[in-house]
Design a protein around this ligand. Sequence first.
Ligand SMILES: Nc1nc2c(c(=O)[nH]1)N[C@@H](CN(C=O)c1ccc(C(=O)N[C@@H](CCC(=O)O)C(=O)O)cc1)CN2
Ligand SMILES: NCC(=O)N[C@@H]1O[C@H](COP(=O)([O-])[O-])[C@@H](O)[C@H]1O
Length: 199
Amino acid sequence: MTTRLVVLVSGAGTNLQALIDACADPAYGARVVAVGADRDDIEGLARAERAGIPTFVRELGQFSSRDDWDRALADTVAGFEPDLVVLAGFMKLVSEDFLGRVTTVNTHPALCPSFPGMHGPADALAYGVKVTGATLFIVDGGVDTGPIIAQTVVPVLDDDSVETLHERIKGAERLMLVDTVGLMARDGWELDGRRVRLG
Ligand SMILES: Nc1nc2c(c(=O)[nH]1)N[C@@H](CN(C=O)c1ccc(C(=O)N[C@@H](CCC(=O)O)C(=O)O)cc1)CN2
Ligand SMILES: NCC(=O)N[C@@H]1O[C@H](COP(=O)([O-])[O-])[C@@H](O)[C@H]1O
């Protein structure tokens, strides 16, 4: 059985592209059945369109309340009958109601629980840490607080800017995302308290 993925993006979509490329191999065990976004005209959506994957956009500003937006997003995602939702650079918080409908994972460009939120690489650089990285976790109602599935570590170099550091993180992040989502698709996962075991 192939695991059905819905991927949500807000920007460049390089993590999405890594998943699309991995899914081209039937042995990977997963397929991206739809890509959604909270904004239009982004490269992430263009990547999906080029790959022939259905796309949808649900912009917060087009709904009368955050709850309405969240419900519309959740309904649209559910319509594609995903086994797993992947937030890959999706820059909106989703509700517990959304999360109660399908297991959702997020990739974050820092080593959780450090540096949650929208500016992980900048916050790590400003703090002066010597290593940082990326974290894949099961999303819960908090901000980057969910049970950790996988982490990858990169060095912070003396002459790093936010951009060079984020690019280094993204290189490692894509490999972690593809490896881990593949393991989840093929072998499943188990949650024991906060501990996630693959296979
Ligand atoms: N319930 C959760 N939703 C999401 C999580 C999460 O851990 N729990 N992770 C995020 C991604 N994320 C960073 O990892 C993150 C994204 C966005 C925000 C945020 O405050 N967004 C603002 C809007 C900003 C914008 O539109 O540019 C908002 O939601 O109003 C914080 C953290 C994915 N969702
Ligand atoms: N807080 C969420 C967050 O910062 N997400 C980050 O945005 C980048 C998206 O890159 P991409 O669009 O090229 O995949 C990724 O590094 C992802 O972890």
